[in-house]
Design a binder for this molecule. Structure first.
Ligand SMILES: NC(=O)c1ccc[n+]([C@@H]2O[C@H](COP(=O)([O-])OP(=O)(O)OC[C@H]3O[C@@H](n4cnc5c(N)ncnc54)[C@H](OP(=O)(O)O)[C@@H]3O)[C@@H](O)[C@H]2O)c1
Length: 325
């Protein structure tokens, strides 16, 4: 039987755990603040796609405790993409484990590849508007659900390709949508163009996506300007997919929402939690600088979001919780 560990049982982790369990996988989850509820009641998902469904993963407090349910064929990292967190899963990684990053951002794989050089690495791009509304209870309000995956690096060999193909099959068996790509970095840049724009804009304005876009006549073009900058950085690295058609298509999805969605960065700001400022903006700005691509909007958003994050991490509400930095 295939065994998977979900590290980070939040919005995305709960749903991916559910899909894999439906696909016949034995699922274990490392839980933090929702441990008691998940241990007692499992996970409840209120989904526009599947209705109200439940999953019952083995609940563990740490990867060390989780290891009793291993060895794991896959570890899905579904925590927020913060630099320096690759060590957190070490106690659950064995030789046959494929490490799957189900996270937003760009350039996030290198740290894991360096930490686990002998393991297969799978990079995953998540389209899944979801929020954990109470411990172990997740809302998935629109039916969008797509996981785009590929090995890291691309063309990593047949073992990695097999692991990618098998994961896509398990998702399909579990009622999910998982698409395998030869080079998933193209998809990562495309998703980044949305995240680097709407995540900081909504987090800083405290306005959900649809409401931001209808908040002033210039709002849509500003959001697209940021996406165009990401497109220019991507092109400097050989990825030309973030073009006008792609930008218009993505923005239309957000414009058409009657009830807006709060991107995860806005949810984190509201809850006074650290935000993925480096994975989404910092790495992008640094990649732009390396190729001399001018990114004034991104630099401004990076600086302001970094300040927002600084204020959160320094705050008194933050310190006693002792979360991962
Ligand atoms: N949510 C969305 O709509 C969405 C859509 C697309 C992509 N994404 C991306 O998907 C990734 C996951 O996002 P999310 O929204 O699912 O995040 P989330 O709801 O904040 O969940 C992250 C989970 O990781 C847990 N965690 C963090 N550090 C941990 C540790 N050391 N030990 C155990 N658990 C730990 C957190 O526990 P606590 O609850 O105790 O903090 C939380 O349950 C992010 O990269 C995000 O940008 C999210």
């Amino acid at each position: 039987m295939t065994r998977a560990l979900i590290f980070g049982l939040g919005g995305v982790g709960c749903i991916y755990g559910y899909i894999l369990q439906q696909g016949g996988v034995e699922v274990t989850a490392v839980c933090r603040s929702n441990y008691e509820q998940v241990k007692a009641n499992g996970v409840t998902i209120r989904s526009a796609k599947w209705g109200t469904v439940t999953a019952r993963p083995h609940a563990a407090r740490s990867p060390k405790e989780a290891a009793q349910y291993g060895p794991f064929d896959y570890i899905l990292v579904c925590s927020k993409a913060f630099p320096g967190t690759s060590e957190l899963i070490r106690d659950a990684v064995t030789g046959g484990t494929a490490v799957v990053l189900a996270q937003n951002g760009i350039g996030i794989e290198a740290e894991y590849a360096a930490a686990y050089p002998s393991n297969t690495m799978i990079s995953g791009v998540v389209y899944l508007p979801t929020t954990q509304v109470e411990p172990g209870v997740v809302e998935h309000g629109t039916p969008l659900e797509r996981f785009e995956i590929g090995s890291y690096p691309s063309l990593a060999g047949s073992a990695a390709e097999d692991a990618v193909t098998k994961l896509a099959e398990l998702f399909a068996k579990g009622g999910g949508t998982c698409i395998a790509y030869d080079d998933v970095q193209a998809q990562r840049w495309e998703k980044l163009s949305v995240n680097a724009s709407l995540n900081p804009i909504t987090a800083l304005s405290l306005c959900d996506d649809a409401n931001f876009l209808r908040s002033s006549p210039g709002a849509l073009e500003v959001a697209k300007d940021v996406m165009r900058e990401v497109g220019a950085v991507a092109a400097a690295y050989g990825y030309h997919g973030v073009d006008k058609a792609t930008i218009d298509r993505h923005m239309l999805r957000h414009e058409q929402r009657v009830n807006g969605k709060e991107p995860s960065m806005l949810v984190d700001v509201r809850q006074n939690r650290p935000v993925e400022v480096e994975a989404i903006l910092g790495y992008t700005v640094r990649l732009a600088e390396k190729q001399n691509v001018a990114v004034p909007y991104l630099r401004m958003l990076y600086t302001l979001t970094k300040a927002r994050n600084f204020a959160i991490v320094q705050s008194d509400e933050w310190k006693p919780i002792a979360r991962v930095s």
